[in-house]
Design a binder for this molecule. Structure first.
Ligand SMILES: Cc1cc2nc3c(=O)[nH]c(=O)nc-3n(C[C@H](O)[C@H](O)[C@H](O)COP(=O)(O)O)c2cc1C
Ligand SMILES: [Mn+2]
Length: 474
């Protein structure tokens, strides 16, 4: 398995999945190229490594979209990138997560991240070619594929989260964290005590860190330990010189500093995962940066939230995390979970089951809707039988069209968890609720034996004929 971002890039390039681009501008051009690649290459989208960015030193690079295609998650978690249906990939990731034993971090005294250290007056965030995604954004965003490291003041829990960061000036950046996120709850604890909140942020790092920082794992769980679990060895960390927080020794770029109670500044808008500008400009906490550490020729990782893309690592991870939570709740016979990228990996979730008892399908719907992975900004949860591939929309629509009696088979949950980024949340100061539709598109359990036979030859006969006539389909 790769050890750091540098090795990951080498391997991606060897697979033919990395495109190097010289001379594209940080102002909108890198983002537009990323959008173009994404729409032209769909499930084969490569990672883009930008260099010689106008106004910046050669070697000060930006890596866009390291996790936007199935090959990338396979490389990052070290499994084969071959698949027939996307649900095959979820099964692999689910197996990896299901049996994961957490591995604690290992403290080390040095590492490549310390090749360059700037503190005090020497801190200058503008030394990095921070992208501007579009002319409608609140500013340039230095943190989009970042990893924000914080410590619970009441214990040893270290939380990692991906939260957007807008560049304000050389020594400060805005840190937007949605209500209820772990980083926000931790920061709030410091503020309620009138204390500054220590923060360290990786701005360039192994994509494996992003897999866990950017997805919902339960409150109190250390994401570092899960990363160590996947790797099979501890994440090596140095102690941050300003905050004492554990910082990955092999990161490309890390900043350290503090958020102070009441120190807010206008932040946003930002083009969000919903496919809209999440909210207009609002006052959000500022991170005052006290130290910058980076490797020679540092690489900033960046993500542009592209509307109508085919895939994102969040679909895979959030599907596998939801699957794990359903099993942890004791529900049997979950056969597949898919959370559609086209609906922001949160709004439209499909679960397939082998029905075993009366009420099985409803149980799945209600539990899935309120898990850690599923509750945040959910809108539609659909349950289907196990002959339906939840990642195949053709099959899901067939089930919804033919097995769901809307007046009986759709239930609603009101005042469920949402976010100010939700385009249907009109009050951006409070009332972040959504309703959820629970759609039972399974054959009614008592009709299983009598339900009309689905058309088509049996799978066994289809296989026999396709073997006999294989020359026709070459
Ligand atoms: C690329 C990317 C950008 C994200 N940006 C934000 C953000 O700006 N604010 C936020 O609250 N969550 C954001 N998220 C979602 C959180 O990272 C995610 O909910 C994660 O679970 C947060 O960690 P936590 O559960 O420890 O709070 C982003 C996720 C990804 C993958
Ligand atoms: Mn967390």
């Amino acid at each position: 398995m790769h050890n750091d971002l540098r090795e990951w890039i080498e391997r991606a390039e060897r697979m033919g999945n990395l495109v190097r681009i010289s001379g594209a501008h940080w102002e909108k051009e890198m983002a537009a190229l990323a959008e173009l690649f994404c729409h032209k290459k769909r499930l084969e989208t490569p990672a883009l490594l930008f260099d010689e960015i106008p106004g910046y030193k050669k070697g000060h690079r930006v890596l866009f979209h390291e996790l936007i295609a199935p090959w990338a998650v396979a490389l990052t978690m070290d499994f084969s990138p071959e698949y027939d249906s996307l649900i095959d990939l979820v099964k692999v990731v689910h197996r990896k997560i299901e049996g994961l034993s957490p591995v604690a971090t290992k403290k080390v005294t040095g590492g490549p991240v310390l090749e360059n250290i700037h503190q005090g007056k020497d801190v200058n965030l503008l030394e990095f070619p921070v992208p501007l995604f579009s002319e409608f954004d609140g500013g340039r965003y230095i943190g989009t594929s970042d990893c924000v490291i914080m410590k619970d003041p009441d214990g040893d829990w270290i939380n990692l989260g991906t939260y957007r960061m807008q560049l304000h000036d050389e020594q400060s950046a805005g840190l937007y964290i949605s209500p209820g996120k772990h980083g926000r709850l931790i920061r709030q604890k410091y503020f309620e005590r009138g204390l500054p909140c220590p923060v360290a942020v990786c701005l360039g790092h192994d994509p494996l860190i992003s897999l866990f920082a950017g997805n919902e794992v339960p409150y109190g769980t250390g994401e570092y330990e899960l990363i160590g679990g996947v790797r099979g060895k501890p994440v090596e960390v140095i102690e941050g010189p300003e905050t004492g927080l554990p910082i990955p020794a092999y990161a490309d770029i890390v900043i350290e500093g503090f958020c102070f109670p009441g120190d807010n500044k206008a932040e946003g808008p930002f083009p969000e995962w919903t496919g809209y500008f999440g909210s207009s400009s609002r006052a959000e906490p500022v991170m005052r940066v006290k130290a910058v550490m980076h490797r020679n020729d540092p690489i900033l990782t960046a993500r542009h939230e592209i509307r109508h893309k085919s895939f994102d690592f969040r679909s895979l991870m959030r599907s596998a995390l939801l699957w794990k939570e359903l099993e942890t709740a004791g529900i049997p016979e979950i056969k597949g979970v898919w959370r559609y990228e086209q609906a922001g990996t949160r709004y439209f979730n499909v679960i397939s089951i082998k029905q075993r008892y009366y009420g099985h399908a409803r149980q799945v719907l209600h539990v899935a809707a309120q898990t850690t992975a599923g509750a945040y900004a959910g809108r539609w949860v659909v349950v289907v039988d196990d002959d339906i591939d939840p990642a195949n929309m053709d099959e899901v629509l067939w089930a919804m069209g033919t097995r769901c009696q809307p007046s009986m088979d759709i239930e609603f949950i009101n005042r469920s968890r949402s976010t100010p980024l939700d385009p249907l949340c009109f009050d951006k100061e409070k009332n972040y609720y959504t309703s959820l539709a629970l759609v039972d598109a399974c054959i009614p359990f008592e009709q299983k034996e009598n339900f009309p036979r689905a058309t088509g030859a049996t799978p066994e006969y289809i296989q026999e004929v396709s073997k006999k006539w294989s020359a026709l389909f070459r």
